[in-house]
Design a protein around this ligand. Structure first.
Ligand SMILES: [Zn+2]
Length: 291
């Protein structure tokens, strides 16, 4: 198993936060400009996936009381009072806008309270925009100039469709956020060391993106490993985000099944796979007093 030192993490712009055995990866530069943020791990929860797992979604695969307890533990890492705002993810390009905390909700639960999309944008205080992943790429965007932010879910389909650009464009349209002032954290995901895809995916990317050959490392006939992190980073760079403002976590969910849920690693082994969550928001002055 690869190990990564805190020094390497810090160099990439990240550090671990842990309370009562619940651990999350925090992007320091995003936090430094006012955005509470975190990428969950599987550590410190109550779900039997296979044990003591911090599963944060998937009511068809885990008991609601487990998921809700896990979410409560996860939110303790961020202090204060937050409302989670999310969606039922579709591997598409729709974006949800949350304008006030009172209207935020996770929008996918046992009651069928559902909004379908793959990115959540907001500028409301005490809202944590969140996306759920287990190998797909979680991307958090914060614009300190307008205090607006976004959480994005980008698997290979979403990456191919450019979901991160839809989110960025929506931040601009709704809140006048400019790509040049955004700071971005790309979280733990199935990385180029592990994530093999077939010719359907390879051909799709090569048709759409001129430089796509750089995203693939050939393996066996008709297959290659894909670098979805680079694919999203390239899209952000092309949109005008400065390279030094994009922070990529040097952690692969497939390599580090001890820390993260990995759909590709675990589906065959355990049958059901937990979900990680990546969240971003800003507390505002009012919320700080309640923490
Ligand atoms: Zn890997």
């Amino acid at each position: 198993m690869e190990t990564i030192t805190d020094v390497e993490l810090k160099r990439a712009g990240f550090y671990w936060r842990e309370i009562d055995g619940v651990r999350a990866l925090i992007c320091a530069p995003l936090e430094d400009v006012g955005f509470t943020n975190g990428f969950s791990t599987r550590l410190g929860g109550v779900s039997p996936m296979p044990q003591a797992a911090l599963n944060l979604a998937g009511f068809n695969e885990d008991a609601a009381e487990n998921i809700l307890e896990n979410r409560r533990r996860f939110l303790k890492l961020f202090g204060g009072e937050w409302t989670l705002g999310g969606c039922w993810q579709m591997h598409g390009t729709d974006v949800r806008v949350i304008r006030e905390a009172a209207k935020a909700r996770l929008a996918e639960d046992a009651r069928g309270d559902t909004i379908y999309c793959d990115a959540v944008v907001s500028d409301a205080e005490q809202v944590l925009a969140g996306v759920k992943t287990a190998d797909c790429v979680p991307i958090l965007i914060g614009d300190p100039e307008t205090s607006s932010f976004a959480a994005v879910h980008a698997g290979w389909r979403g990456t191919h469709a450019g979901i991160v650009l839809y989110a960025l464009e929506r931040l601009t349209r709704e809140f006048n956020a400019q790509p040049e002032s955004c700071r971005i954290a790309i979280g733990p995901a199935a990385a180029a060391c592990c994530y093999e895809v077939g010719s359907e995916v390879i051909d799709g990317f090569k048709e759409r993106f001129p430089g796509a050959v750089d995203l693939f490392m050939p393996t066996r006939e008709g297959h290659a490993r894909i670098d979805l992190l680079k694919a999203n980073r390239d899209q952000l760079l092309a949109a005008g985000v400065a390279a030094e403002r994009i922070h990529t976590a040097p952690l692969c969910t497939m390599s580090r099944a001890d820390l993260f849920f990995s759909y590709r690693r675990e589906k065959q082994v355990h049958g059901k796979v937990g979900r990680l969550m990546a969240v971003i928001g800003r507390m505002g002055e009012e919320g700080k007093g309640k923490g």
